[in-house]
Design a protein around this ligand. Sequence first.
Ligand code: GLU
Length: 432
Amino acid sequence: MMIRTRIAPSPTGFAHVGTAYTAIFNYAYARKGKGKLVLRLEDTDVKRKVKGAEEAVYAGLSWLGITWDEGPDKGGKFGPYRQSERLEIYKKKADALVRSGDAFEDEGAIRFKNSGSDMEWTDKVRGKISFPGGEVRDFVIMKSDGYPTYNFAVVVDDIEMKITHVIRGEEHISNTPRQLALYKAFGVQPPEFAHLPTLRNAEHKKLSKRGDAVDLGAFRKEGYLPEALVNFLCLLGWSHPDEKEVFGLDEFIKHLSLDRIKKAGPIFDIKKLDWLNGIYIRNKDNKDLAHLVNEHVTNDVSGTSVEEVAPLIKDRVNKLSEANDLLEFFWSAPQVGKELFGDESPRHLASAARVLGEIKNWNLGQVNKKFAGEIKKKKFKTGDFYMSLRIALSGKKITPPINESIVILGQDKVLHRLEEAQKALLEMQPAD
Ligand code: GLU
């Protein structure tokens, strides 16, 4: 049997992280079985349709490295893949159910006549699930405006598109009995069902558009790496057989089995995502990192290349959005807040300016040596000395490694900034 999975997003806004979560599992399951992933747009809710939402779904999933084999943008044997373009098909199928006596017309709509038998299936994640007969009443399958209802369209499409595994959110468990009733009426063997646990926020509530970060585009803007977000989403729904926490899609595909999917609602813990993201940042080679950092630098970067300075923050950031704050002093002179300095700062800056001015051959070895000698001679507290330098050169107490930064800034710029900071400190002295 050729495995065929699908994702069926409704294009009602931005690309939702829940769509990505479902997509990752369907993608991996199809790839593992050397099958196909179908992308179908459930766009029959005309009122909720938003312009650009379809493109946002494509962009969000592509960013994460999820590819599909058939879809509105790709075509395929079983299209069209937008439900709004399949209205004729639904009409035909509904008419067939009317003819067979399984449905009837009701004030312009078509209603499915439910047999009332018990419904049961073995969910790949949750095991046996049953709904007593009588739970499912007669229900509308075609509305009077000619549009199908969700439960009807999904079954018609999953049959036509030869879907073998329906992997989707647990909020659809309660829809499954109606869908099974339709499969029975059509005389078609239903697909396997696997219901993924719903992602929850710190308050254990379903992630919501209002209070929670759910827009894939926003994650990207924040400086999360797609690999980190994918890894994080995998961990939310599944556990690695070796308890590993850091792994890529390839490894997920290799080890995925539906029975290792979690049942309880996982908590979307941003701190954990930040931690993972930091790991992926540190694993980047410098060139790739520079590329990524470049997307997040808002400063005008003339003079010093991003490539030169990006490696300095590799160990210091968990999100790329933190990069600009740490690096901007390379490109623009800081506003030095005098109040940040300590009592010893005037002496620190005078010493630093003098020894740096003596250097003939500007390099890290020289800078390290000069500072070490001066700290010893003047009995400075090492931490305080460097803090004075950080503030004078960047205006901040947190910087990339300061000696490396000094070398990149260059002798002229450094001496000039030290001078400016000393002036600022002098102005602060009380007049006598
Ligand atoms: N459009 C539905 C959703 O976004 C798809 C449901 C399904 O996979 O059957 O939840």
